[in-house]
Design a protein around this ligand. Structure first.
Ligand code: HEC
Ligand code: HEC
Length: 197
């Protein structure tokens, strides 16, 4: 009889070990996914915060230029619709392609400033993350909508930004476009987790 008890006890313990072991693994897997999601966001954040993007995503009344993000020369202002004031629209200079001779950048899309609500200046990485997910500030986009936007020509321009007025090649975001898009999908698909602070 004691032998049978011992056996039952053994089986019970084994079952418990399997169940708890499995639960443990599930929790670990969730934590891993969250950590991966946050890590993917931290990689794409280096692009969002790069001057090629943030010079157009300002919270000021004007665009910025260069890696030092100085105020746009010639007193250019955003105007009511981000396309400049009536007398001096962005399109007066910015065309559908970069212009090597003058150093004016251009993309195959209307060149204009992102609305103030989509400005990222001064945001921490965690704040940027929440900002991008907030339909009230991102132009009513869902997570997938933000991804669609990353295929537009203004975004792609950042990886072929041409040369500046002084003839120097503009610097590129720190990761290449394909890696950026891959990580952006990874971030959304793994639950779009944001860093805690
Ligand atoms: C020439 C200016 C310009 C540049 C450069 C630019 N953007 Fe934008 N961006 C805009 C405008 C304008 C909008 C608003 C478009 C709309 O809502 O139709 C926008 C909207 C967005 C949005 C959606 C709104 C939001 O804030 O969530 C994202 C995401 C975005 N841009 C990412 C980028 C990234 C990443 C880069 C650099 C790789 C970049 N942009 C470079 C002008 C620019
Ligand atoms: C009178 C011509 C002119 C007008 C109008 C103009 N720009 Fe520019 N813009 C330039 C020139 C020239 C450069 C390049 C400066 C350089 O390389 O040193 C430039 C550069 C930029 C850059 C810098 C890109 C980078 O990452 O360094 C942004 C952003 C920009 N303009 C946005 C705008 C917006 C938005 C408007 C309209 C509100 C506008 N510009 C109106 C001439 C103009």
């Amino acid at each position: 009889m004691p032998m049978v008890f011992a056996r039952i006890l053994f089986v019970l313990l084994l079952t418990a070990a399997v169940i708890f072991g499995a639960t443990d693994r599930r929790v670990t897997a969730q934590e891993l996914t969250r950590a991966e999601s946050v890590a993917a966001f931290e990689r794409i954040a280096t692009v969002f915060r790069h001057p090629r993007c943030s010079n157009c995503h300002t919270v000021t009344d004007f665009p910025r230029q260069g890696d030092d993000r100085h105020r746009h020369a010639m007193n250019i202002r955003r105007g009511p619709d981000g396309h400049g004031v009536a007398a001096l629209r962005c399109q007066a200079c910015h065309q559908r392609a970069n212009q090597a001779a003058s150093g004016v950048p251009g993309a195959d899309e209307d060149w204009h400033l992102a609305p103030v609500s989509m400005g990222w200046e001064g945001l921490s990485i965690a704040e940027l993350c929440r900002h991008l997910l907030d339909p009230a500030r991102n132009g009513g986009r869902s997570g997938a909508g933000v991804l669609d936007h990353l295929g537009t020509n203004l975004v792609r321009w950042a990886w072929s930004p041409g040369i500046s007025q002084t003839g120097a090649a503009r610097t590129l975001p720190p990761i290449d476009y394909d890696a950026f898009i891959r990580d952006a999908h990874r971030w959304i698909d793994s639950g779009a987790a944001c860093p805690a602070s």
